[in-house]
Design a protein. Sequence first.
Length: 170
Amino acid sequence: MKSIMLLLLCVVHVNAQVTLPSRQDGFWYKNRIANTESILIEAFFDSLCPYSRDSWPPLKLALQHYGSRLSLVVHPFPLPYHDNAFISSRALHISNQLNTSATYRLLESFFDHQGKFYGNATFNLSRASVVDKIARFTSNSIGNSHYAAVKAGFTDPKTDHATRISFKVC
Ligand SMILES: *[C@@H]1O[C@H](CO)[C@@H](O)[C@H](O)[C@H]1NC(C)=O
Ligand SMILES: *[C@@H]1O[C@H](CO)[C@@H](O)[C@H](O)[C@H]1NC(C)=O
Ligand SMILES: *[C@@H]1O[C@H](CO)[C@@H](O)[C@H](O)[C@H]1NC(C)=O
């Protein structure tokens, strides 16, 4: 399997001290799991990073063009200097558990509305308000019937753990 590591993000600092999780981490695009015939791209995306956002449309075009010959796995990679990046990354994990097929839709929604979640837009908001704002945004994107489950996901330590593990894979 050919593997191309794409670091489509602002900056990566690799910390060799952390325990590395299994390679199963990440969200597969359209469930197109890599096989021996396909090329695998691994992307490390911060849903609130403008560089990740800008790299997505060309990558999506490539995925459409090459079809099953190209697989993509996205590892959510919240950067510490992006306000609320960890919360939005956790939202991706929560939505992935509720409906695997909706994860990329949510990622695209974050890319389209990044400005709502950092800087002045959230400067005076409590953490609880930000979590609620992101939970509503998430359920608007993946289906409002999921609101209660999304909200509950934010108090479930398992999703916090999954988000941390996923960060460490990078
Ligand atoms: C899951 O997401 C897909 C893609 O967005 C959607 O078509 C489907 O209806 C969703 N399923 C549920 C149970 O919400
Ligand atoms: C935050 O709240 C303070 C006090 O109410 C206000 O002066 C400030 O302009 C607010 N900042 C933003 C970015 O909304
Ligand atoms: C953010 O809010 C502060 C205080 O309200 C204001 O002085 C500043 O210009 C705002 N920054 C942006 C980028 O809008």
